[in-house]
Each structure stands twice: as C-alpha cells, then as structure tokens.
Design a protein around this ligand. Structure first.
Ligand SMILES: Cc1cc2nc3c(=O)[nH]c(=O)nc-3n(C[C@H](O)[C@H](O)[C@H](O)COP(=O)(O)OP(=O)(O)OC[C@H]3O[C@@H](n4cnc5c(N)ncnc54)[C@H](O)[C@@H]3O)c2cc1C
Length: 472
C-alpha cells in the first residue's frame, strides 16, 4: 500500500483467523475503494494462524487444532472460495459416517444418518443404548412439553434438563459439548453456544422433532456438502492462502504487543520490537484476556468485563498406526466420553475415517482430545505421560493395543473461551463500553462464536465497522 499524507494506519493485534480475516477485509476494501489505508498485523508467535496449525509427518497430515469447518455457517467456506481454495475443499467421508458415545462401560454408536425416515431414526435412537430406558421415556416428554415462555439466559444443563431430563444431559449433551467447547454444560450459556435449540422449541415446540427434520447436508456454492468439511492438505492452507492475499499489509511475526496508549489523535503500541506510533484505529484480535490487559489503561470498564471471560486449556495427542497392526479398523469418525464415566480423555477422532488425504494407504491416524473444564489436570502432565494416558484410554475404551509408528502432542494453553451464562449480556456491555473509545475494536473467538466461520465473520465485520467510522 502506498502511504501518502492522508493515509490512515490501522493495527491488527493477533494473527489467528479472526485477525487475519479482519486484515484481509481491510486490504480488499482499501484496494477496491481506493482507500488510503496502511495495515500492520502483529503476531507474537513465529507463525500465523493461532489455533489453526497443520503439520506434516511424511504422508500424514496433522491438523493440530481445528480439523473441520462447519458448513451450516457459510462464512468459512465462502472465504475458502474467495481465496481460490474451492478445489481443495473436501467433505467428511460418507462411508465411515457415525460417532460413538462411551456410555456405561462401552462404545455405543450414536444414531446418525440412519436413513431419511423418521421412524427408522427414532428406532435407531431408542435401540442405541446410550441412555437407560427410563431416560428414553423422559426424553420423549420433549414431544409434548409446552414451549415455556421466553427466558433469561440459562445453562445448557438447565435448558436440556428441562426438555430431555438429567440423564440425557449427562450422557449426550455433556460429551457433545466437551467435543466442541471443552466446557461444562452446567456453566455454559444455551443462548451463546446453541441458540438454535431454544429457537427450535419456540418454533416447533420439540427439540427431537426439529432434529429429525434437520438436514444432514448443506447447499454450499454449487455443491451439496455434509455438515463438516476440510481442506485437502489441512486447514493450515487457509492460513497460508489468506496471508498471501494480504498484499499491502505489513505482517510482523514474532512481535508481541505489550502496551497500548493514546498518542496525539490516535494510538501508539509498545511492542517487543519497539514503539509504533500513529494508528488511527486498533483491532485487538488476541484472546480476550490479552486484549483486556492491553485495554486496561485506556478502557478499564471494558477491560474488567473482558477479564471475566474464562479460557480453558486443552491438548490434542496424535497416534499414527500401521493399519494392519490395528486388527479391526475402528468404526465411524471416533467417540466422545461423558464426564460421568470418569475417563481421562474427552474423546478421540479416527482422522483417517473422517477425511481422505490424512494418512498413507496402509496407515491410520487417530487423535485424542484432552483438557477443558473437566480433564484439565491431565494437560499438566508432560508429553510422555500424556501419551501414556491416551494410550491407556484408547486401549480400555476402544480396544487399541497397537504400537504407534509415531505420536505427537500439541498444547492449547488458555485458548478455549467459555461462554458462561450471561455471556451475551457481557458482550453487549463490552461493546457499549468500547463505543466510548473511538478507534478501538475487539474480535475473535472470545466474543461472538468460537468456530472458524464465526471468527471469519466477526473479523471481517469488525473491519467493515471500523472502516465506516475511520474512513467515513
Ligand atoms: C484443539 C482445538 C480444536 C478446535 N476444533 C475446531 C474445529 O474443528 N472447527 C472449528 O471451526 N473450530 C475449532 N476450534 C476453534 C477455533 O479453531 C478457534 O476458536 C479459532 O481458530 C480462534 O481464532 P482467533 O483468531 O479468535 O484466536 P487465536 O487462533 O487464538 O489467535 C489469536 C492470536 O493472537 C496472538 N497473540 C496473543 N497475544 C498477542 C500479543 N500480545 N501480541 C500479538 N499477538 C498476540 C496469538 O499468538 C494467536 O496467534 C478448535 C480450537 C482448538 C484449540
């Protein structure tokens, strides 16, 4: 970007997908609308991408953080297409479709895609054995329970407990939540995590009936895609491609922003590479607890509220096997474990069954997920111990005794935001308090959605809002 006297400098702090999306939107708008903008993106780590990290080990492709993009929210795949990645989008493997729950001592397949007929789906569910007969009876109350009035926010456990009963919360909702939020259904807000469910009740009265009608694929661009997709060579491709398209923006890897001050009519940054002056606006796209620390001297009210957004730590542990060593090939995409089973992992994904191009023909890649609100102490173990814990769990839960060809451990420290009850109101309050400080914006997984599509949308939307006020 050519800088002239009227050039507005904008800083983006954090090079995860939210910060990258914000910087990308700023650069394309600047190009298309001939705006005199100069964008600096600061990332404390050597690499861009934040939680999105793909590594290769020979023919194995390891998505260490996120491994799938939800297609029901269009913004992730839209960005992939815009970046010319359409041909690299891969669907989940239909032939292995299915997830199991570890319940009452063994893996039990969750009914999933068992045909389009309602009666078959209901029959599959009832015969799955995931919950007891009395719980199945209690769950069926959802079909007849009244909608109930509009409520203040409540926990997922309160909402689902009311509709489906306590056992369903413990054995179905809890493991599903751990797989997405690494969180505790007794603390997480139903409105900020899955607003779709209260909407279902308001519209159709019953969650079960709404789910039975729910599509298992999405029309996306010119294709019909399953609910989850990925990129052939891993989601790291999204980071590579978006960074290549930030032409004009200056990227500063391995530079940590330690302080934010007012300076003249704008903002100055204290960074590990020295002081940088003259920013008309700053987008804070680092985790909320980092952004809170930076905002404290300037916007203490917003900072105090941002500090109350809890983050949890997790780890992913990969196991590559020779397929013939496994004996029977594991079924489905993997399994999830309810807290009440008292295990030390939250679940495992059979990556080779979920996506193609992840392992050689004779190989099999598995990934265990540890940590979050409930198995947090396991993440304190060193790598060797963590691998040992996961191997023991895979043996006891899934009967896998094989010696892995290699293992890899990835740590995600304080990187999982928890949308506790009251989160939506908290975000409104943060936004209102920040509105008193023109030129300061926050974006990222801590606020309006943790998935890649949400972070892309929020990053881009934040950039658009900024442009409205800075270039107006
Ligand atoms: C193990 C795991 C599995 C997941 N699975 C999925 C999935 O399958 N699908 C999905 O959609 N989502 C998934 N998610 C969630 C999703 O990946 C994240 O919510 C999202 O990538 C977060 O993006 P972000 O830009 O908000 O934050 P981050 O990716 O955390 O990026 C923030 C960046 O800010 C940088 N930073 C921090 N402090 C500073 C500073 N002072 N100065 C400069 N830079 C700083 C950090 O280094 C980091 O790069 C998963 C997350 C994890 C951890």
């Amino acid at each position: 970007m050519i800088q002239t006297e009227g050039t507005r400098r904008i800083a983006v702090i954090g090079g995860g997908i939210a910060g990258l999306s914000a910087a990308y939107e700023l650069t394309i708008q600047a190009r298309e609308r001939h705006l005199p903008l100069a964008v600096d993106l600061f990332e404390s780590s050597q690499r861009l991408g934040g939680a999105i990290l793909t590594e290769r080990e020979g023919e194995y492709v390891l998505d260490a953080g996120p491994d799938a993009i939800l297609t029901l929210k269009p913004w992730g795949l839209e960005l992939c297409r815009e970046l010319g990645l359409e041909d690299e989008i891969i669907p989940t493997r239909d032939e292995h479709r299915g997830v199991a729950l570890y319940s009452r001592g063994r893996l039990r397949p969750l009914p999933y895609g068992t045909g389009s007929s309602w009666t078959r789906k209901i029959a599959a569910y009832i015969s799955s054995g995931v919950v007891s007969w009395s719980s199945k009876l209690r769950m069926s109350a959802d079909l007849v329970l009244p909608r109930g009035g509009v409520r203040e926010d409540e926990s997922m456990a309160d909402f689902f407990g009311r509709r489906l009963g306590r056992e369903a919360v413990q054995r179905i909702i809890d493991p599903l939540i751990a797989g997405i939020y690494s969180g505790d259904p007794y603390k997480l807000s139903i409105y900020s995590t899955f607003p779709r469910f209260p909407q279902m009740v308001a519209k159709r009265r019953s969650i079960l009936l709404s789910l039975l009608r729910a599509p298992q694929s999405t029309r996306s661009g010119s294709r019909t895609l399953p609910i989850f997709c990925s990129l052939r060579d891993g989601l790291g491709r999204l980071v590579e491609r978006i960074s290549e398209r930030l032409d004009g923006a200056e990227i500063h890897p391995a530079v940590t922003v330690n302080g934010l001050r007012r300076s003249g009519g704008g903002y100055a940054l204290e960074t590990s590479a020295g002081r940088r002056e003259g920013y008309a606006a700053v987008i804070l796209a680092a985790p909320a607890w980092v952004a809170a620390h930076l905002l404290e001297p300037l916007a203490p009210a917003s900072a105090a509220k941002m500090k109350s957004i809890r983050y949890v730590s997790s780890a992913t542990v990969f196991f590559a096997y020779r397929r013939r060593d496994l004996g029977t090939r594991p079924r489905g995409y993997g399994f999830l474990v309810p807290t009440c089973e008292g295990r030390r992992i939250n679940g495992a994904t059979w990556i080779t069954n979920k996506f193609t191009h992840r392992s050689p023909e004779d190989g099999f890649l598995a990934r265990c997920f540890v940590g979050g609100d409930r198995t947090g102490e396991e993440t304190q173990a060193d790598d060797g111990r963590l691998v040992q814990i996961c191997r023991e769990e895979l043996r006891e839960i899934a009967g896998i005794n094989a010696e892995p060809l290699f293992t890899r451990v990835f740590r995600w420290r304080d990187s999982g935001p928890q949308y506790d009850v009251g989160h939506a109101r908290l975000i409104q309050e943060i936004d209102a308090a920040l509105a008193q400080h023109p030129g300061l914006y926050v974006t990222g997984a801590g606020y309006r959605g943790i998935g890649i599509p949400d972070c892309v949308q929020d990053g881009r939307e934040t950039a658009r809002r900024l442009l409205q006020s800075v270039v107006a």
